[in-house]
Write a protein that binds this ligand. Structure first.
Ligand code: DO4
Ligand code: MG
Length: 271
C-alpha cells in the first residue's frame, strides 16, 4: 500500500494507492495505533476518486523528522575530509550509541517536485539521499519514503558544534513521493540511487544499498525513542551512503533525483 498526501482546494488530503481517502483520515491517527491494527485500518478505509492534485510531503505539520548520522563508511570518509581529519567521526562510527539529530518539523518539509535550498552563507553544499523510516508511537516501522538531508559541508567542517546550522535551514529537508508501507525486514537491502542534473546534463550519479549500513534500523529507533515519546509517530532519516567528490557543491538551478527501492523523488534547488 502506498500513501500520498495531496494539495486540494480546501486543504491537504491523503490517498491510498492513488485514490482519495476519507477527509477525516490522518497519518497521526494511524501512527497512534499498533502496527498490525494500523495496516488493517488503512487497508479497509473506503476510497473515492483518483487523487490527481499536486503532491505534498507525506508528513503532517506536527510530526517530526529526525536523522541518523555516519551510518555508512562513505559518510565517515566524507566527514573526515571536510573536518581535516577530526576523529569524532571515526569515534561515532564505532561507538555503541549512534548519532541521531533533529532535522525538521513537518510543516517545513518539501515534497516531490517542491524546491529544496542551499544556504547562501555556505559555499560547499550537498544533497544527502537517505532511506527514511516512518514509525508509529511504539517505534514500529510502518513504511518508508525517500529523503534528502540537504547539508552544508563548509559549516559542519568548520566545527562539528555547528551541526544544527549545517543541517537546519529553510528548504533543508525533502520527503517523498509518498509512504510505501513495509516492514523492517524488507528494507535490509534496498537500493538507493542519486542523480544530480545541471543545465540538462547529469553531473553526478551513484548508488548504494542499505545492506552497507553499519547500524540496524532497530538500533537507530531504540536510541531515538529511548527517552523521547512520539505520540503521533515520526520519521527517521537513516543516513547517507553517497557523498559526491570534494570538488562538488550543489547549486541553485540544479535538480536532484533520489530513488529508494521503488520510490523516486525529484526536487529543484533554489538559492
Ligand atoms: O555527523 C553528521 C551528520 C551525518 C549525516 O547526516 C549522515 O551521515 O547522513
Ligand atoms: Mg544525512
Amino acid at each position: 500500500m502506498f500513501l500520498t498526501r495531496h494539495q486540494f482546494p480546501n486543504g491537504p488530503r491523503w490517498a491510498r494507492d492513488g485514490r482519495q481517502l476519507p477527509l477525516g483520515f490522518s497519518l497521526a491517527d494511524m501512527l497512534e495505533l499498533p502496527r498490525s491494527i494500523a495496516i488493517d485500518y488503512v487497508s479497509i478505509l473506503p476510497t473515492g476518486a483518483t487523487a490527481e492534485s499536486p503532491l505534498l510531503a507525506p508528513i503532517e505539520p506536527i510530526q517530526e523528522v529526525w536523522a541518523a548520522g555516519v551510518t555508512y563508511q562513505r559518510s565517515l570518509e566524507g566527514r573526515m575530509e571536510e573536518s581535516h581529519g577530526d576523529d569524532i567521526y571515526e569515534r561515532i562510527y564505532h561507538a555503541e550509541r549512534p548519532e541521531v539529530f533533529f532535522k525538521a518539523v513537518g510543516w517545513r518539509v518539501a515534497g516531490n517536485h517542491q524546491p529544496v535550498r542551499v544556504r547562501p552563507d555556505s559555499d560547499w553544499n550537498v544533497p544527502e539521499p537517505e532511506l527514511v523510516l516512518v514509525f508509529n508511537r511504539d517505534l514500529e516501522i510502518i513504511g518508508y519514503c525517500v529523503g534528502n538531508d540537504v547539508s552544508s559541508r563548509s559549516i559542519e567542517g568548520q566545527n562539528p558544534l555547528y551541526l544544527p546550522q549545517a543541517k537546519i535551514f529553510d528548504g533543508c529537508c525533502a520527503l517523498g513521493p509518498g509512504i510505501m508501507l513495509a516492514d523492517g525486514d524488507s528494507l535490509r537491502d534496498v537500493p538507493i540511487q542519486m542523480r544530480i542534473m545541471r543545465g540538462g546534463a547529469t553531473i553526478y550519479q551513484d548508488s548504494i544499498s542499505t545492506a552497507a549500513m553499519k547500524r540496524s534500523f532497530g538500533d537507530l529507533l531504540s536510541t531515538l525513542g529511548g527517552d523521547l515519546a512520539f505520540p503521533v509517530g515520526g520519521f527517521l532519516m537513516t543516513g547517507t551512503g553517497l557523498v559526491p567528490q570534494d570538488a562538488f557543491t550543489l547549486q541553485p538551478g540544479d535538480e536532484v533525483e533520489i530513488s529508494a527501492g521503488e520510490l523516486t523523488m525529484r526536487n529543484p534547488v533554489r538559492g
